[in-house]
Design a protein around this ligand. Structure first.
Ligand SMILES: Nc1ncnc2c1ncn2[C@@H]1O[C@H](COP(=O)(O)OP(=O)(O)OP(=O)(O)O)[C@@H](O)[C@H]1O
Length: 307
């Protein structure tokens, strides 16, 4: 695996708040990676570190072999499209496109023209007069046509309708197939994009919770359901992320490394389904939010505690 970017022991502290804590991971080259996590998890902060907008409080960030901060050689090969991207007040759509054409060395004007038509964007209209969704579409056009070797999309589709979002996914996939490059995409619309993803990074309250390739996740995350006793038996041998039961029936989301997990569940009379990446992410985030079960020592201490 070649890394386009790496974070080693990265902590980012703002005044009074730690947004990232000791994060070590890499973003694979020529891969579409999903950066997932709940509101305030630290996704934008991580992208800001990768794009040299911030310097970590501790640890090291490397992109395309060097530290990105104030490094034109690295930054010229990156494109960062953020939610609610702002442009100079007087900019029309065509001005943003010509500025991007000058900025990005790998810019493809014919792709930009095609995308402007696909998203039905009026070239001469001032950007500040565009609707919210159209503004997002401008960012998407610039991000894709930049063909930057490392392209980051941070929740790029504020206000974009379902048809336009599908257009984005289709165009991204088609262009990526012809021009493989490193794409890091943060989103809350996990279900919609999960087929696009080759790798998943999940952050939870500033810590890296999951760093796995999507294929492995799909193969190892299962949801089993059936009689509660059998679900518990099965769960005892696997990593249970979420468990719910009602009237003697139960359902559990598990991660397993056992090659025979499906057969084992079937032998117990359980129904087995593949767990979607969205469900897995929700289960893992909720599990991480649970307070840890008290240890035996804690129990003992509580028993002895004065009331
Ligand atoms: N400049 C700052 N000063 C203080 N705290 C900040 C600053 N920037 C971010 N934070 C805090 O760091 C945490 C992570 O923020 P970040 O924007 O990275 O989250 P996110 O995962 O992108 O969230 P969302 O999905 O809601 O956009 C949040 O608690 C946020 O309030």
């Amino acid at each position: 695996m070649t890394a386009a970017a790496t974070l080693e022991g990265v902590t980012m502290r703002f005044r009074g708040h730690t947004a990232l804590t000791d994060v070590s991971t890499s973003v694979r080259a020529d891969t579409i990676t999903g950066l997932l996590g709940r509101n305030g998890a630290g996704k934008t902060t991580l992208m800001q570190l990768l794009t040299g907008h911030r310097v970590p409080t501790a640890g090291r960030v490397t992109v395309l072999g060097a530290a990105p901060y104030e490094n034109d050689g690295v930054l010229s090969r990156m494109c960062f499209i953020k939610e609610g991207q702002r442009y100079p007040d007087h900019f029309r759509v065509c001005d943003a496109v010509s500025a991007a054409a000058h900025l990005y060395p790998h810019w493809d004007q014919s792709l930009a023209d095609q995308l402007l038509a696909d998203f039905d964007l009026p070239r001469k209209r001032p950007i500040k007069k565009l609707s919210r969704g159209m503004n997002s579409a401008v960012g998407i056009v610039l991000g894709l046509a930049s063909r930057a070797p490392v392209t980051l999309f941070d929740e790029p589709y504020l206000g974009l309708d379902a048809v336009a979002r599908q257009l984005f996914y289709d165009r991204l996939l088609a262009d990526y197939a012809e021009h493989p490059r490193t794409i890091l995409l943060s989103t809350h619309l996990i279900e919609e994009i999960s087929d696009l993803l080759e790798h998943v990074l999940l952050i939870d309250r500033g810590r890296l919770l999951l760093d796995a390739d999507a294929e492995t996740l799909r193969a190892t995350a299962l949801t089993v359901s059936g009689p509660a006793a059998q679900v518990s038996t099965f769960g005892a041998a696997h990593d249970v992320l979420q468990h719910e039961s009602i009237a003697g029936q139960a359902r559990a989301v598990v991660r397993t490394r056992a090659a025979t997990a499906r057969q084992d569940a079937a032998a117990l009379g359980l129904t087995v389904e593949q767990t979607s990446i969205q469900r897995l992410v929700v289960a893992m985030s909720l599990a991480a939010a649970q307070p840890p079960a008290p240890s035996t020592a804690d129990h003992a201490a509580l028993q002895g505690a004065p009331r």
